[in-house]
Design a protein around this ligand. Structure first.
Ligand code: AMP
Ligand code: ZN
Length: 138
């Protein structure tokens, strides 16, 4: 997509600090990092949502994330990492080209775990939980 900033990075029209590249996947440093080493891993083909990815591209993306997470951690001597993807505007997605964040974490860095991204926790009955599970499993 010509007006997509991450497609422009894939095309080489916008510079990025690339750390990993395969036929299907590109990884580069986040330009506005949440921590030292904050890395983005993207499919080269444009897709907004995780569920829009072809199965083989999704596999390549997760393989790259799996390979890169320990490399990123080691490169910045991190104590841990949060790995996540904002899927849709309601979840905080700003760039409409799917991307996985690898965010190195350091003891005492003052950040929060992924549990902190949700809003107020819902109080769901067993029936409601059963209905949700059924809807997902369908
Ligand atoms: P999200 O809110 O999940 O869509 O995150 C978008 C991320 O892309 C943010 O962390 C931005 O700092 C990052 N970002 C935006 N433009 C660029 C760019 N040109 N190069 C690298 N990272 C970028
Ligand atoms: Zn794109």
């Amino acid at each position: 997509m010509s007006d997509c900033i991450f497609c422009s990075i894939v095309a080489g029209d916008i510079p990025a600090r690339t750390v990993h590249e395969t036929d299907d996947v590109l990884a580069f440093l986040d330009a506005n990092p949440l921590s030292r080493g904050h890395t983005l891993v993207i499919p080269k083909a444009h897709a907004k949502h995780l569920g829009d990815l072809d199965e083989d591209v999704a596999g390549a993306l997760f393989a790259a994330v799996t390979e890169l997470t320990p490399r990123v951690r080691a490169a910045v001597d991190a104590d841990g990492a949060n790995v996540g993807l904002n899927d849709g505007e309601a979840a905080g997605q700003e760039v409409p080209h799917a991307h996985v964040h690898i965010i190195p974490r350091f003891d005492g860095d003052g950040g929060a775990p992924l549990h902190a991204v949700g809003g107020e926790r819902p109080d769901l009955s067993d029936d409601e939980l059963d209905a949700v599970a059924e809807a997902i499993a369908e």
